[in-house]
Write a protein that binds this ligand. Structure first.
Ligand SMILES: Nc1nc2c(c(=O)[nH]1)N[C@H]1C(S)=C(S)[C@@H](COP(=O)(O)O)O[C@H]1N2
Ligand SMILES: [Mo]
Length: 395
C-alpha cells in the first residue's frame, strides 16, 4: 500500500491511461498522498467539531429524557453555535482542495475492481454528496435564504449530518493504512523553484478558511462586525440595536400585541391569572444582561428588564423545584410559537419575562408586549409576543 505514497497520483501510468478526460488534465505535481492526508486530517477535525456542536444544538432544541442543558455559563451556547458555524465555513475551502487533490482518482476506470472496492467508492460518493449538501444548506441558512430549500432545513441538515459522519468514519477506516503512510512518510521529491509547494498550498487553504471565518465571525463578535462582509446579521443593527429575523408583521401579531385588552395568561397548580401590562409592571422588576444567540450563528448582547419567571411561577402556585413552563406566543402558526422552559432555566434568577430592552419598552419586532429571555438558550427558544405561560410538573 505504501507504494502509493511517493509519486503523485497523476503520474501513475495506469491511472493516467484510464482517465476519461484527456490525459494531462489538471496534471499538478502537487498532488500526493501526503497532501491529501493532511487535508483529510484538517477536514476530519473541522467536520467532527461541526458535527458535535450541531448535535448539541439538536439535543438542546429536542431534549431526550436523559439530556439536561445547564442555564450556566450564560455564554456556552453562544460559543458552541459560533464554533459550529465557523468550523462549517472553514470546511468549504478544505473540502474544495481535498477534492481537487484526489480528483483524478474520482474518475478512475473501471469504477470498481471488486465488491469491496465498489462499496468503498459508494461510501466516498455518499461522503461527497452529503458533505456538499451540508455546506450548501448551512450557508443558505446563515444567509436566511430558505427559498431554494424545498424541505424543512433543520431535519434535512440533521439527518444528512449522520449520513456524512457515517461515511467519513467508514472512509477513514478503509483508508487508515494510506493515511498513516501519508502523514508519516516524507517524500524526497522536490518541486521546481518558483512553483507552489505543498506547504504553500496548505497555508493558502488554511488562509482561505481563516478569511472566511473572519468575514463572518463579526455576526457574533461586535468589534469585528465592520470587516464581516459575509455576515448578513450584525450585532448592532435593527431596532434597539438588535437584529430581527421575524417581524411582528410577518408573524401576524401586530393587532393582538398592541391591543389594550392584552393579558398574559398564567396557568398553574394554583389556578389561572390574567395579567395586564400594568399588573406585570407592578411586579418586582429585574434587569439582566443576556445575549440572543441564534442558531444561524449570529448573536448579540442586550440588557433586558422585566419580571423573573420564578416569581410568576410562585404566583401560579409553583414555588418549589420540579416545575417547567410551557410558553406560547400570540403567533398562531409559526414553527417557533411555543417552547418549554426546563426546571433549571425556569428557576434561574436570570430568566425573565422581558418588558423592556435597553431601558425602553420592547420594540414590536422584539416581542412587545412581553418576551422570554433566559441564560444559555438558543435564540429560537426565546419566545416573543408571549400570550400564555403554563406552569406544570416536569416529567
Ligand atoms: N414567537 C416567536 N418568537 C421567536 C421567533 C419566532 O419566530 N416566533 N424567532 C426566534 C428566533 S429564531 C430568534 S434567533 C430570536 C430572535 O429573533 P429575531 O431576530 O426575530 O428577534 O427570537 C426567537 N423568538
Ligand atoms: Mo434564530
Amino acid at each position: 500500500m505504501v507504494r502509493d505514497a511517493d509519486p503523485p497520483v497523476t503520474e501513475r501510468p495506469a491511472a493516467r491511461r484510464r482517465m476519461p478526460f484527456h490525459k494531462g488534465a489538471f496534471p499538478s505535481k502537487l498532488r500526493s498522498l501526503r497532501l491529501t492526508s493532511f487535508l483529510g486530517l484538517g477536514l476530519a477535525v473541522a467536520f467532527g467539531t461541526c458535527f458535535v456542536t450541531g448535535l448539541l444544538d439538536h439535543l438542546i432544541q429536542h431534549p431526550p429524557g436523559w439530556f439536561h442543558w445547564p442555564a450556566r455559563p450564560i455564554w456556552l451556547f453562544r460559543v458552541t453555535q459560533g464554533v459550529h458555524v465557523a468550523t462549517g465555513l472553514a470546511t468549504i475551502p478544505l473540502l474544495g482542495v481535498k477534492l481537487w487533490s484526489v480528483y483524478p482518482r474520482l474518475f478512475r476506470w473501471p469504477p470498481a475492481r471488486d465488491l469491496a472496492h465498489a462499496v468503498e467508492r459508494l461510501s466516498v460518493f455518499v461522503l461527497i454528496a452529503a458533505g456538499l449538501f451540508q455546506l450548501v444548506t448551512g450557508v443558505l441558512n446563515i444567509a436566511l435564504w430558505y427559498r431554494p430549500m424545498h424541505f424543512f432545513f433543520p431535519s434535512a441538515h440533521y439527518w444528512t449530518a449522520w449520513l456524512a459522519i457515517g461515511a467519513i468514519v467508514a472512509h477513514i477506516g478503509v483508508q487508515l493504512p494510506l493515511i498513516r503512510a501519508g502523514l508519516t512518510h516524507r517524500p524526497r521529491r522536490t518541486v521546481p523553484p518558483g512553483t507552489l509547494t505543498r506547504r504553500g498550498l496548505l497555508a493558502a487553504t488554511a488562509g482561505a478558511a481563516g478569511v472566511i471565518t473572519l468575514a463572518t465571525v463579526g455576526q457574533t463578535v461586535a468589534p469585528l462586525s465592520s470587516i464581516s462582509l459575509l455576515a448578513p446579521r450584525r450585532p448592532r443593527t435593527g431596532p434597539q440595536q438588535l437584529p430581527v429575523n421575524r417581524t411582528a408583521g410577518a408573524a401576524g401579531v401586530r393587532a393582538l400585541a398592541v391591543d389594550p385588552a392584552y393579558r398574559l395568561v398564567l396557568d398553574g397548580p394554583g389556578g389561572t391569572t390574567r395579567l395586564s401590562m400594568a399588573d406585570l409592571q407592578a411586579l418586582p422588576q429585574h434587569t439582566v444582561s443576556l445575549p440572543i444567540a441564534c442558531v444561524e450563528g449570529w448573536s448579540a448582547d442586550a440588557v433586558w428588564s422585566g419580571v423573573r419567571l420564578r416569581d410568576l411561577m410562585a404566583l401560579a402556585g409553583a414555588d418549589t423545584a420540579g416545575y417547567e413552563v410551557f410558553a406560547e406566543s400570540l403567533e398562531t402558526a409559526g414553527l417557533y410559537r411555543s417552547t418549554t422552559v426546563d426546571p433549571a432555566h425556569a428557576r434561574d434568577p436570570l430568566t425573565v419575562v422581558a418588558l423592556r430592552l435597553r431601558g425602553e419598552p420592547l420594540h414590536l419586532d422584539h416581542g412587545y408586549p412581553a418576551r422570554l429571555i433566559a441564560p444559555n438558550r438558543p435564540g429560537v427558544l426565546q419566545t416573543k409576543w408571549l400570550a400564555r405561560l403554563t406552569v406544570r410538573r416536569a416529567p
